[in-house]
Write a protein that binds this ligand. Structure first.
Ligand SMILES: *Cc1c(COP(=O)(O)O)cnc(C)c1O
Length: 391
């Protein structure tokens, strides 16, 4: 056996700090109630915002695609891995996003890595400090200069842009909805600054896809900024219910990424059933806004009640509702006690968030009933009192 001493010490350290996270194994599929250890618990942590993982249209599309195309695509997109269903998905995604073009990747994570290919050594990328790990890693793969601005701080963003006039390209990148806080990027202000300082705007709408904007078109649509956000990354893994990611924007962006983006060039394309599932999901979104209406009504109901109990939900303004607890061990205890009460809400601690900003993150979905949400609220009150979070 190899000498794993250093790894073992690091794992011990994580356990000591209450930051060690074992994987939870679920016995049933993604839904509002799921089984764990033979027990049914209320799921308040999935990104299945619209319950589409179980939608009959999506299941049917997946099954039919397997019958028609088989289970795999056979290669990367540029060889045999672009089937009609992949092409059709991209055309309908572009129409949905009201952009010239869209390019699909295997995940939102690899989409961000791929899009960063537009950055060269003469460029600068300017990033919100709370942007997602996949943006941070994508940036690390480039030779561009990096600047970070404080979360949603437009004065700092402007100061950075003012100093960056000599770079060939300036790219401002932000999450559309921030995944750990559930707040929304100030996109109108970012767009105005980008126009003033000749910068490209790149928004990662992973948690806004299917959630924000008309029919879930995302943050650009939500703010009425059509044509002024140059790169819209979306995920097919969260509200859309399957897996994958895409970049929507001008045709020239797509043409460039097809030639240059390494996750696109060197990793096999999505199975046809996944492409077909996503296509069916986009059609469901275009057809109806009722699921999204239900999602937002549930989110507002839940957040209002949780705040009224006296919890700190930070800057949440979306279906992501964090309950800020503080230190990592206490956060994980809070999450464990909630699970004892039958509510699964993930504890999120350092290094995902700051050491003193540990939180239990609730994600409300369209399929939760009012009884479900009340069940979670009652558990929160009980456990909050037990560990002295509510005074
Ligand atoms: C989840 C997430 C991603 C990654 O998307 P996947 O499709 O799950 O790989 C990227 N960016 C943000 C902001 C996310 O929340």
């Amino acid at each position: 056996m190899a000498n794993w001493g250093a790894l073992e010490r690091e794992l011990e350290q994580l356990k000591k700090e209450g930051r060690y996270r074992p994987i939870t194994v679920w016995e049933t599929g993604s839904d509002t109630w799921m089984n764990i250890g033979g027990r049914r618990v209320l799921q308040m942590s999935s990104n299945n915002y619209l319950g589409l993982t179980n939608h009959p249209d999506l299941k049917k599309a997946a099954i039919e695609a397997i019958e028609q195309y088989g289970v795999g695509s056979g290669s990367v997109r540029t060889i045999t891995g672009t089937l009609h269903i992949h092409d059709q998905l991209e055309q309908e995604l572009a129409a949905f996003k009201e952009t010239e073009a869209a390019l699909v990747f295997q995940s939102g994570f690899t989409t961000n890595q791929g899009v960063m290919t537009i950055l060269g050594a003469d460029d600068v990328v300017i990033s919100d400090e709370l942007n997602h790990a996949s943006i941070i890693d994508g940036i690390r793969l480039t030779k561009a200069q990096r600047r970070i601005y404080a979360h949603r701080d437009m004065d700092q963003l402007e100061a950075v842009l003012r100093e960056c006039g000599s770079f060939a390209k300036r790219v401002v990148v932000t999450d559309g909805v921030f995944s750990m806080d559930g707040d929304i990027a100030p996109l109108p202000a970012i767009v105005e600054l980008a126009e003033k300082y000749d910068a490209i705007v790149f928004v990662d709408d992973a948690h806004a896809s299917g959630v924000l904007g008309r029919n879930g078109k995302g943050s650009t649509d939500h703010f009425g900024l059509k044509g002024r956000v140059h790169i819209q990354v979306g995920t097919l893994s969260k509200a859309v219910g399957a897996v994958g990611g895409y970049a929507a924007g001008d045709q020239v962006l797509k043409d460039f990424l097809i030639q240059k983006a390494r996750p696109f060039l060197f990793s096999t394309s999505a199975p046809p059933a996944v492409a077909a599932t996503c296509l069916a999901a986009i059609r469901v979104l275009r057809r109806s806004e009722s699921l999204i209406g239900q999602l937002w009504s549930n989110a507002t109901y839940f957040r209002t009640k949780v705040r009224a109990l006296g919890f700190n939900t930070g800057g949440s303004e979306t279906p992501i509702v964090p309950v800020i607890v503080g230190d990592p061990a206490k956060t994980m205890l809070f999450s464990d006690l909630l699970l004892q009460q039958g509510v699964f809400a993930q504890g999120i601690v350092f290094p995902t968030v700051a050491m003193d900003k540990g939180r239990v993150r609730f994600i409300v979905t369209a399929n939760h009933t009012r009884e479900d949400l009340d069940f979670a609220i009652d558990a929160l009150e009980l456990v909050g009192n037990k560990i002295g979070l509510l005074t």
